[in-house]
Design a binder for this molecule. Structure first.
Ligand code: SP5
Ligand code: ZN
Length: 341
């Protein structure tokens, strides 16, 4: 297994996020990265820097105008007289127009955002961009014959859509890896998302496509973030109909139910004809996670890894959420060690 670690992650370090109108400390912190890094190093893993890919490699997943916005957003935020972390303040709500991108900076920020929990700071673009390089490097290593790779990065990616940021995510690392695997020759690819929160961005990106199968096990969006996507009746559209599988479980669901859903997901992935798998490895389904409500134990992550190995596909694991900082490293390590003992 090869390990690609994001060298720019620490630059994304906002001071707070909004939660129901209040400023609260960020859950998604550089500390998270360090706990995973430490667990991997203690286990003897060798972490590599990513290769540098051209911006064009992002265009298979995100729109050009979104990438242009993100790249310049911090400078524009300062230039329009603001200071501190950048947040959206206005959105195109239902019934308003999305067919024109306004010139006003705040209006553009709201156009591309979907929550106030995802601050954009000085080093956000560079951190997200280097994370994309890590995801693309992982895909490249699988295409070169490696059996597995792990992307150690933050900010996470699975909530980022074609042109939306939110849920602590800006660039969709898992989608970038899946797209790179497709472009590199895999005729079909699957993405399995085991983060507690539905991977709305990944689903949106591949929703009309038959060549990338998306399966997700997550808290029921009727009560759990991101609320507006992730229901079981979302099965893909057009040529992609049947290539999207959502397995929502109620908050508080026991591990046995989670593993039943995993079996369903793996069976569907096996039948999808995928030649490679990307795993959105959020470890916030762990029983002690501060913002999530599933009940997996650390040993369950080892079982997940073992079960994934039995699929027999090359796998790129991509770090997503997980907010119980000390345990993130142990849970990630348990999964990777279960996959490759
Ligand atoms: C990648 C990922 O896991 N993103 C999750 C984004 C969740 N954003 C909503 C956070 C809500 C925080 N709730 C705090 C409850 C404290 N009692
Ligand atoms: Zn999550």
């Amino acid at each position: 297994m090869r390990f690609f670690a994001n060298p720019a992650q620490a630059g994304h370090c906002p001071g707070f996020e909004f939660f129901r109108g209040k400023r609260v400390p960020c859950f998604e912190t550089p500390e998270r990265f360090h706990f995973v890094e430490q667990a991997l190093r203690e286990a003897g893993c060798v972490l590599e820097a990513p290769a540098a890919f051209a911006d064009e490699a992002l265009l298979g997943v995100h729109s050009a105008r979104y990438l242009e916005f993100l790249k310049g957003a911090w400078a524009e935020w300062l230039a329009t007289g603001n200071e501190g972390d950048a947040f959206p303040a206005v959105w195109p709500g239902a019934g308003m127009r999305r067919d024109r991108l306004p010139q006003n900076f705040a209006a553009r920020m709201g156009f591309f955002a979907f929550d106030t929990g995802t601050p954009l700071a000085a080093g956000t673009w560079q951190a997200a961009r280097s994370g994309a390089d890590c995801a693309l490097s992982a895909a490249q290593s699988l295409l070169a014959g490696e059996l597995s790779a792990f992307v150690l990065t933050r900010p996470p990616g699975h909530h980022a859509g074609i042109e939306t940021f939110g849920g602590y995510c800006f660039l969709n690392n898992a989608a970038l890896a899946a797209q790179a695997l497709r472009e590199g020759g895999a005729s079909r690819v699957a993405v399995l998302d085991v983060d507690y929160h539905h991977g709305n961005g990944t689903q949106e990106i591949f929703y009309a496509r038959p060549d990338v199968f998306f399966a997700s096990i997550h808290g029921d969006p009727m009560t759990e973030y991101p609320f507006y996507l992730g229901h079981a009746d979302e099965q893909g559209e057009g040529a992609g109909l049947g290539a999207n599988l959502n397995l929502p479980l109620p908050a508080g669901a026991p591990a046995a139910d989670w593993f039943s859903a995993l079996e369903q997901a793996l069976e569907a992935i096996a039948h999808s004809g995928a030649e490679a798998l990307v795993v959105s490895l959020g470890v916030d389904a762990w029983e002690g996670d501060p913002i999530s409500r599933f009940r997996l134990k650390t040993r369950d992550y080892a079982t997940l890894g073992e079960r994934l190995r039995r699929l027999g596909l090359p796998v790129a694991f991509v770090l997503e959420g997980g907010y119980a900082v000390r345990e993130i490293g142990l849970n990630v390590l348990a999964c990777l060690h279960g996959f490759e003992p």
